[in-house]
Unconditional design. Sequence first.
Length: 123
Amino acid sequence: MRRTSFLLLFLLAACATQDTAASLDGTNWTLNTSSAITLRFADGSATGSGGCNQYRATYTESGSSLTFGPIGATKRACVDPEGNRRESEYFDALSRVASYAISGNRLTLRDAAGTTLLEFTRA
């Protein structure tokens, strides 16, 4: 009985720290590797800054599944060529997202194989 109680307590604690079914609507995030890259979810649209350009895409979430529609962005070039590369990689990663998980103030986006693509911190 004592072992079962400990296991139940452990499982409840694990569930409390990872809320994969939490709705994304109304949340704002900043990419962990670049504070210039942001992501906001509102009313079925994902918007933000890719570092150089503002972007918008539709998104669909169901449980822990998440997909983004085609990404539209302004067409300004970054002053820094590295910024252009980072932004292109970010948009590419968004197009490959298949699921998400929220744990505390962290949002993790993964591909269909479960590989982490992007990690954000709540803004």
